[in-house]
Design a protein around this ligand. Structure first.
Ligand code: SAM
Length: 229
């Protein structure tokens, strides 16, 4: 008998058809990041992505694979792409095909065992959390409790997520937040920096969270359960 999923994650992933993904870099990474979320891709998000990237890397919620495609990666770089949506996996894989990435079609909130026994030096979650359903504490618990099994002892989990209504979105941002939450593409109305940081501090000794525009950029290292507190 199949397990009933704890979270309904379909809405946050189904939208990414190949047609939508062809527009994604322009609409999200160029227009929305600049004018709605006020967190530019090239000068803020891309350098942040590259800063923590290690040799064995797991990217979750891959979209079009933009960040990996724009990074100068060594030939021995090991990349695993995990996404619920097969179109995202295909587009991202095609963009970094020379690295021969490993593809995992998996729901991060209702994970199976495809990563069984695998450990990563770095794990990125860029613009994933705001797509996941549930309160920040719930979605972080499910995500981190799973990922902690796959983070190498000196590894880092990092990412970026668009915050909810607490950040006083501008006219365009408010309209997009309203529309995307109504359609279920986002579930982030109540996502706050405080709840994000609390979820990370519950599980890690070293945590950094900074807000740029309407986006929280975070990194976490040294899981408490490995480093004994
Ligand atoms: C907004 S895109 C982010 C793309 C890219 N990381 C970026 O920052 O531009 C969200 C991605 O997360 C994936 N996704 C949404 N819900 C998911 C889930 N429950 N499990 C795994 N992937 C999911 C979507 O299919 C999509 O590829």
């Amino acid at each position: 008998m199949s397990k009933t999923p704890k979270f309904n994650t379909v809405s946050g992933a189904y939208i990414y058809s190949l047609a939508i993904l062809r527009l994604y870099d322009w609409w999200v990474l160029t227009i929305s990041n600049r004018f709605a979320w006020q967190c530019p891709t090239k000068s803020v998000l891309l350098p942040f992505f590259q800063k923590y990237l290690r040799r064995s890397h797991l990217d979750i919620g891959v979209g079009t694979g933009y960040y990996l495609a724009r990074s100068a990666l060594p030939h021995d770089q090991e990349i695993t792409l995990l996404d619920l949506n097969g179109n995202s996996l295909k587009m991202a894989r095609d963009r970094i095909s020379s690295l021969n990435p490993c593809l995992v079609r998996e729901d991060i909130l209702n994970p199976g065992n495809q990563l069984e026994g695998r450990m990563f030096d770095s794990i990125s979650l860029f613009y994933l959390l705001h797509c996941l359903p549930g309160a920040m504490s719930e979605k972080m618990k499910a995500t981190l409790d799973f990922l902690l099994h796959h983070l190498a002892p000196n590894g880092v989990i990092y990412g970026a997520t668009i915050l909810g209504e607490e950040t006083n979105h501008n006219w365009l941002g408010s309209r997009l937040i309203g529309l995307y939450n109504k359609k279920g593409i986002f579930d982030n109305r109540h996502d706050s920096r405080v709840d994000l940081e609390a979820a990370l501090r519950d599980r890690f000794l070293e945590v950094e969270v900074q807000v740029h525009g309407k986006v929280a950029l975070f990194s976490a290292r040294m899981p408490k359960r490995m480093f004994g507190t």
